[in-house]
Design a protein. Structure first.
Length: 193
């Protein structure tokens, strides 16, 4: 066997091994760490032009954004579902404080005037995190069977809102604040025990 044949055989063996490893990863739903991470989904033209330190910080902060995104949207959904179940389809107009409704209307109008795609058809998606707290507190009777204590609810929501600000506005979280965020999310779920 000459050198060229050995190289072809080596390449074929390697491809077969890769195929087998793909099957193992797929079957057992594991990542063996053998594939080079790509920056899939990232703008290939502009992303590499940003400073590496900023890109690394963005990657680190991404996990906290994802966590907060899931939490905030699940809170919005829970409030809307509970209010609709308790007060019917017109709960927004009947049970939401007027200043919160006004904020939503203003934000909807601002978005329309900007000419961008509408983010949602639900008014609750146009209010701030702190206003979610206001809806729950103003309708405590509706939520008293969900949350075990109103003062604790207010405290946890206030802390989450404070921690949300740097994440939502592209600032890094200090290590202590990462711990505080995780504890606050744990506290959130404890409110519903």
């Amino acid at each position: 066997m000459n050198a060229e044949e050995r190289i072809k055989l080596f390449r074929l063996s390697h491809e077969l091994l890769e195929t087998d490893l793909d099957k193992v990863e797929s079957q057992y739903k594991i990542d063996l760490g053998r594939k080079q991470e790509t920056e899939a989904g990232k703008d290939e033209e502009y992303y590499p032009q940003f400073d590496e330190t900023i890109r690394n910080e963005a990657e680190q902060m991404g996990q906290y954004y994802e966590l907060l995104y899931c939490l905030e949207n699940s809170i919005r959904k829970m409030i809307a579902d509970k209010m609709e179940a308790e007060h019917g389809n017109d709960w927004w107009n009947q049970k939401v404080p007027q200043d919160v409704q006004d904020t939503a209307k203003k934000n909807i109008q601002k978005e329309r005037e900007a000419g961008v795609t509408q983010r949602s058809v639900e008014e609750i998606d146009y209010i701030n995190f702190g206003e979610l707290q206001q809806i729950v507190v103003n309708n405590w009777q509706t939520f008293s069977d969900t949350f075990n204590n109103q003062k604790a609810f207010i405290k946890v929501m206030t802390i989450l809102n404070t921690l949300r600000a740097p994440i939502a506005h592209c600032s890094p979280l200090a290590p202590d604040e990462v711990v505080r965020l995780k504890l606050s999310i744990k506290d959130w779920f404890r409110l519903m025990e």
